[in-house]
Design a protein around this ligand. Structure first.
Ligand SMILES: [Zn+2]
Length: 253
C-alpha cells in the first residue's frame, strides 16, 4: 500500500511493502530533475533536503543518463557517470540511486535476502525490451537473488485511462507476456494500455510472487497536480524521481 510522507514539509510517496529500505517517489514539490530555469532553485534545495534526509553526501545521489534503452548497470560510489543506462542495481549503503520519470513506469526492486536493490525505467520501449526482467536476471546472476525473495514497487505512471498507443507499440508489448488481454482496452478503435500491469505481469512470469508486488494507484496524467506528465504537458523537461537507498543490515553494523 502507498502512503505519503514529508521531506522538509514537502510530499513524497512510498510503499510499505519494503520497509527495510529508504525509497520514495518525488512529486512536483520535491522535484530534483528539471531543465526549467524557474525551477532550478527548488531543485537545488530539494537535492539538499533529500541528501540530508537520507543522511548521505549530495555527491552520492547517483543518477544515470536515461535513453529508453534496456541497459542495466551496477551502481557504485566509485562511478560517477552512467551513460545510456535505464536501470541501476545497488548494493552499497552509503549512496542513493535515482531515476527520472514523466509518464514512464518506475520500478523499484528489492532482494530482501541479500539487501540489494534496483530501479528500472520502463516506458513502452523499456517495457517492450523487458527491462524489469533483465534487471531481475542480472540481480540473479550477480547476487544469487531468488525470484521468491524479490519485492517490487511500481510507481506513478500514465495509466490505462490515458495511455493510448498505436498498433505497432501494442504488438511489441503483447509479445512480452503470455496474455495481454487484462492489460489493454480498445475504445473506438483506439488502444489503451496498462503499462504498470504489463510490468507486474513480466515480474510474475519471472517468478516474483504476486503478493510481493505493490502497484501505485496514481496516473501521472490524471494526477498532473502531483506528478509530471510528458503527454499532458506537451514534452515537459521536469521529472519526478524514484529514489532508493539501502539501509545497513544488522549484520553489517
Ligand atoms: Zn489517467
Amino acid at each position: 500500500m502507498f502512503h505519503i510522507k514529508f521531506i522538509n514539509k514537502k510530499r513524497v510517496i512510498y510503499s510499505d511493502i519494503i520497509p527495510e529500505t529508504e525509497h520514495f517517489f518525488t512529486t512536483r514539490e520535491t522535484v530534483i530533475r528539471s531543465h526549467e530555469e524557474g525551477l532550478q532553485r527548488l531543485v537545488r534545495q530539494n537535492k539538499k533536503d533529500i541528501a540530508n534526509y537520507l543522511d548521505i553526501d549530495k555527491k552520492f545521489l547517483i543518477s544515470p543518463t536515461q535513453t529508453h534503452s534496456d541497459n542495466v548497470r551496477l551502481a557504485s560510489k566509485r562511478i560517477k557517470y552512467y551513460p545510456n543506462t535505464d536501470s541501476l542495481i545497488d548494493d552499497e549503503t552509503d549512496i542513493a540511486i535515482y531515476l527520472n520519470f514523466a509518464d514512464c513506469t518506475p520500478i523499484v526492486l528489492y532482494d530482501k535476502e541479500h539487501n540489494v536493490g534496483a530501479i528500472a525505467h520502463a516506458g513502452w520501449r523499456g517495457t517492450a525490451a523487458q527491462i524489469v526482467q533483465k534487471t531481475a536476471a542480472l540481480m540473479q546472476s550477480e547476487y544469487y537473488t531468488k525470484p521468491e525473495n524479490l519485492y517490487a514497487v511500481i510507481g506513478p505512471t500514465i495509466a490505462i485511462c490515458c495511455y493510448c498507443v498505436g498498433e505497432e507499440v501494442f504488438e511489441q508489448l503483447k509479445s512480452t507476456i503470455s496474455d495481454i488481454e487484462p492489460y489493454n482496452r480498445q475504445i473506438y478503435e483506439k488502444i489503451y494500455i496498462d503499462l504498470k500491469g504489463i510490468n507486474k505481469q513480466q515480474l510474475i512470469e519471472f517468478g516474483v510472487p504476486k503478493n510481493n508486488i505493490d502497484v501505485c494507484p496514481y496516473c501521472t496524467s490524471c494526477n498532473n497536480d502531483l506528478f509530471f506528465s510528458y503527454r499532458k504537458e506537451y514534452g515537459t523537461t521536469s521529472r519526478h524521481s524514484a529514489v532508493l537507498k539501502l539501509n545497513k543490515q544488522k549484520a553489517d553494523i
